[in-house]
Design a protein around this ligand. Sequence first.
Ligand code: ATP
Ligand code: MG
Length: 824
Amino acid sequence: RNYIASQFGKLNDVQKQAVFYTQGPLLILAGAGSGKTTVLVNRIANLIRFGNAYQTEKAPFGVSQELVDELELLLREKGTPSPELAPLLAERPVWPYHILAITFTNKAAGELKNRLSSMLGEAGQDVHASTFHSACVRILRRDAERLGYPKSFTIYDTDDQQRAMKEVYKSLNVDDKFIPIKAAMSNIGRLKDKMISPKQALAAPADTRAGLIAKIYDAYQKRLLHAGAMDFDDLIYQTVRLLQECEDVREFYQSRYQYVLVDEYQDTSVAQFQLVYLLAGAHRNVCVVGDDDQSIYRFRGATIENILNFEEHFQGAKVIRLEQNYRSTSTILDAANCVIQNNQARKGKTLWTDNGQGDKILYYEADSEMEESAHVATVIGQNLRKGAKLRDHAILYRMNAQSGPIETYFARAGIPYKIVGGQRFYDRKEIKDIIAYMAVVANRQDDLRLRRIINEPARKIGATTVQNAADIASGLGIPMLDVIEHCGEYPALGRAVGALQKFYGIYEQLIKVYETLPLDAFVTELLDITGYRAMLELAGEEGQTRLENIGQLVSSVKTYADQRGPEASLEGFLEEVALISDIDSYDDQADVVVLMTMHAAKGLEFDYVFIVGLEEGIFPSEMSRYSNEDLEEERRLCYVGITRARKELYLSSANSRMMFGQTKRNKHSRFLDEIDPDLLTVEQSPVARQMQMVRQRYQSDARGGYPSNNSGVYLNREYNRVPANSTGVNITIKPRQTGTRLTSGIQAGSAIQAGSVAARPQQQVPSRDGDKNFRVGDLVEHKVFGRGVVQKITPVAGDTIVEIRFEKAGVKKTMANYAPLKKV
Ligand code: ATP
Ligand code: MG
């Protein structure tokens, strides 16, 4: 109780208005870090604790300050309410069960639940706080049959979708060179986001691209229906259909969810809007919070119109704007404003803070991405020494692929980190295989998953046999497993009858153990019955790693079963797996540096934020350079990135970067130029500085007559070759260090001489030179963790793992050759 009071007490007046304005539609439109999510949480707490007590006749707009003051006092001192307050408090509060709070990531939903439980105890746990997708799954699990799907429908991920698509292409005889499968998939996704049915899409003329996509869409939906499966976009699309088409279902949920709240509303699609609209239809108690400047999912069908038209859709809606930022220093906020004000398409708003100015933003120009990673590690080390925790640091980038060099550097240096996104655990082949087995056990109709594992491990069931069985099944409109069960009856399967019967035997055995054993024991048993374990055991080290991964899967099945108790089911587990989005691998508790994309960082905050790879072609991305709309979306993403930082922001770029196996040289990002230079401290790595001198020198030399157009200057990582410039001439550049002076010579077409790579970065990969022969007991100094004593030495291929007990950072393992580590 006191906790609630102290929470409400912290809110500013405008935030309080938003919290206590409980009835009718409400839009909270405000910039980053202004407390939107905070208000949402407090609003739910208020509903549950006091219902509509505050929204009285006397103070129609929520609060009368005297009442708030009295209430707070009351809560603190457990006194008796005044005659004026008593009847209001006696009013029935809102049951947690009647509240639906929707956010975008499971992480955010989890955080919401945590904050509610700590404010409200058990009542907080009964609020239905979830993502759009899991809210929809829940609705569909109850009534999917009304749309012709089984209740235990399978949820397809991208990989499954792609397989289904391939088959659609085959059946329609479409060449994927004409419309790449991925393009069709995203087109279909956008149609679903817009609630356009296959039938409506088919209105497009058949001989157009749209017409062909409609045909693919139609066939794809039929295939999914036949397989009893939905893809991710379906989860929303079909739920909206269900609510539109079935009045009783709609009414059920309208009375079930009497209060609907949506966070990050700027990223909702048309379908998601429809969902909110349908649920709120009867009572209109809908509260949405958002920031038009943080809309970063237009490419996935989000539409800012949902915010812009809110007042139209919900007549008489109240709009509240929050203007005070509580998260960041004014320097960070100013930088964010500098960037975002370059966008034309925005409502424009003021955001201020009284958090103080804070330090300037450090912009570091590195020569290579490895140097950039080393810089990040150095800064983290400095902060740790000042008392910061690893988990106060987040490293944000534009694309998952950028995490590589940082991961490599951190792994070698022994800096614990967690990567959010990228190759997810559940994307690994062995995990997908085992999940596929589980899915087939859960849903006999899941032909797609069946095809994934029917010959995995190899069982002499060839592709032709599988295709024949699939053709028979779709011809008869029955699941493939039915065909396999009676394979003897189909001449086309003649040759494979033995193998197929054996496989069906495995399936029956799986069903039997599934029905008799607890979930995790079932999965362990599955490994043996299917021969999967035996296959991996023969596969050497690689197989061992895969088995370890599967071991982790078994543990997560067990955790799931333990958490859910009697409610646990195979379907439930598979559903959870399907819904785990990138962000979920991030665990607040662990003290590790977090790496993720700026998209994944939405809504989160960290004391220290690094935005790396600020280069044209990376951020803003290559694609976005051709369209102003896309560029503005990149800029909003930059705004999101900057505003994650509470205390310090670090920006960096690398002059050359290895990406997808190629070295690229990009100019630093325009977003850096948009930030007022007074807010920045610029630092250049020594190598970057040297290289700049070389380049300047080269340019002035070149102006002496050769070549006339030097705009294509391009130095690769080894500084030894310049691929063709715009005149098509190969140029070699040869930096040579004489004493402390750096000179350059240019020769056309000649190869670089050994030893001329004077500018090779020293801090790029810490030097292998020096005494790296560590012994147990040695006193050492690590660039990030400071001083420590060597505890253990383990030689590995070509290097040594050194285990060190640091004075401050505890025990860490590092690689002797690569870690920024020296004897003292
Ligand atoms: P974003 O746009 O990034 O999602 P947001 O508007 O949802 O941000 P919150 O995450 O709710 O902002 O709040 C940002 C920070 O400010 C949080 O640390 C929160 O605890 C703090 N905060 C919010 N309101 C107040 C307040 N009235 N007094 C002090 N701190 C506050
Ligand atoms: Mg928020």
